[in-house]
Design a protein around this ligand. Structure first.
Ligand code: COA
Length: 276
C-alpha cells in the first residue's frame, strides 16, 4: 500500500491524531503494519531489540508525513516496556494503539528443546505481550479508549510439529486477548488478534518453511492459491484499529487464504486427495 495506491479500502485519515506502538515494527509483518498505520495517518513508536532494524521504517514513516520515535526494547524486560510507553507519552502525549508483533521462533523437536530455548520463546511471545499490554494500559485508558492487536498464528488452533514452544505461547496470547478484552472493555479498550498463515518474504518464512523446503506444498494447499502478504495482515490490523471495528473485541481474524479450514482434504482436478 502506498499513499497513491487504490489497494486500501480505508480513508487515508482514519487514524489522524492517533499514536501507535508497534513491537518488532521494523521488519517483516511488523514493517507492513507500521507502514499501513502511517499511511492512514498514525504517528508511530517503533520498538525492537535492534535499532538498525527500525531506522529505515522510521525514515519511511517520516517520508509519509508522520512522526516516528525509535525505541530499543526487549519485550521480555517489563521495566523496558514501561520506559517505552513513557518515551511515547513524552514525545506524543498519548498512546492509542499497541500492536504486539514481536516474536521469536525456531524449529526443534519438543524432546530436544532446551529449557532455555522454551523459556526464550515463551518469554518473548507470551510474557512480552503481557508486559507491553500492562505497560500501555493506563495510557490507552487516558486516551479515551484504545486498541490492542496481538499477532498470533493459525497453528494455535491446530498444533504444529517442532513449534510446541511457539504454539503454546501464542495460544496463551489468544487467551490473554480474550481476558484483557473482558477486563478492559469497560474502560473502552479493545483487544483483538490477527492470525496469519505463512507470510512470504519474512524471517519466519525463511526459518520455518523455506529452510525445510515445504513452501511449494504449503502454497498448493491454500484454497486462495498464494501465501499471505504482509499487506494482507496489515489490512486486518488496520480494520481492528479503526472505528469501523469499534464494537469488536476479544476476537481473532485469520488471514491465511483459507489454509487452516480445509483440513486434510485437497481438491485435485475432479477428485479429492489427502494433503501430504
Ligand atoms: N534451534 C534450537 N535451539 C535454539 C535455536 C535454534 N534454531 N535458536 C535458539 N535456540 C536456543 C538456544 O540454543 C538457547 O538455549 P541453550 O542455551 O540451551 O542452547 C535458547 O534458545 C536461547 O537462545 P538465545 O539465542 O540465547 O536467545 P535470544 O534471546 O538471544 O534469542 C530466540 C531468542 C531464541 C527466539 C532467537 O531465535 C531469536 O532471536 N530469533 C530472532 C527473531 C525471530 O525468531 N523471529 C521470529 C521468526 S518467526
Amino acid at each position: 500500500m502506498t499513499d497513491d495506491s487504490s489497494s486500501t479500502a480505508f480513508r487515508p485519515d482514519i487514524l489522524a491524531g492517533k499514536v501507535a506502538i508497534v513491537t518488532g515494527g521494523g521488519t517483516g509483518i511488523g514493517a507492513g503494519i507500521s507502514r499501513a498505520l502511517a499511511e492512514h495517518s498514525a504517528h508511530l513508536v517503533l520498538a525492537s531489540r535492534r535499532r538498525a532494524h527500525l531506522e529505515p521504517m522510521a525514515e519511511e514513516v517520516t517520508r509519509l508525513g508522520r512522526e516516528a520515535l525509535v525505541t530499543e526494547l526487549d519485550v521480555r524486560d517489563s521495566e523496558g516496556c514501561e520506559a517505552c510507553v513513557a518515551a511515547a507519552l513524552d514525545r506524543f502525549g498519548r498512546v492509542d494503539i499497541l500492536i504486539n508483533n514481536a516474536a521469536g521462533n525456531f524449529l526443534t523437536p519438543a524432546d530436544q528443546l532446551s529449557e532455555r530455548g522454551w523459556r526464550a520463546v515463551v518469554d518473548i511471545v507470551l510474557n512480552g505481550t503481557f508486559n507491553m499490554s500492562q505497560a500501555v494500559h493506563a495510557a490507552l485508558r487516558e486516551s479515551g479508549g484504545g486498541s490492542i492487536v496481538n499477532i498470533t498464528t493459525t497453528y494455535v488452533g491446530t498444533g504444529a510439529p517442532f513449534m510446541a514452544h511457539s504454539g503454546a505461547a501464542k495460544a496463551g496470547v489468544m487467551n490473554l486477548t480474550r481476558s484483557l478484552a473482558v477486563e478492559w472493555g469497560p474502560e473502552g479498550i479493545r483487544v483483538n488478534a490477527v492470525a496469519p498463515g505463512l507470510v512470504e518474504d519474512t524471517e519466519g518464512a525463511r526459518r520455518l518453511a523455506e529452510s525445510i523446503g515445504i513452501v511449494d506444498d504449503y502454497r498448493a494447499a491454500v484454497p486462495l492459491g498464494r501465501l499471505v502478504r504482509t499487506d494482507d495482515v496489515a489490512a486486518a490490523v488496520l480494520f481492528l484499529c479503526s472505528d469501523s471495528a469499534s464494537h469488536i473485541t476479544g476476537h481473532e481474524i485469520t488471514v491465511d487464504g483459507g489454509a487452516s479450514i480445509g483440513g486434510l482434504f485437497k481438491q485435485v482436478g475432479d477428485r479429492i486427495d489427502i494433503v501430504r
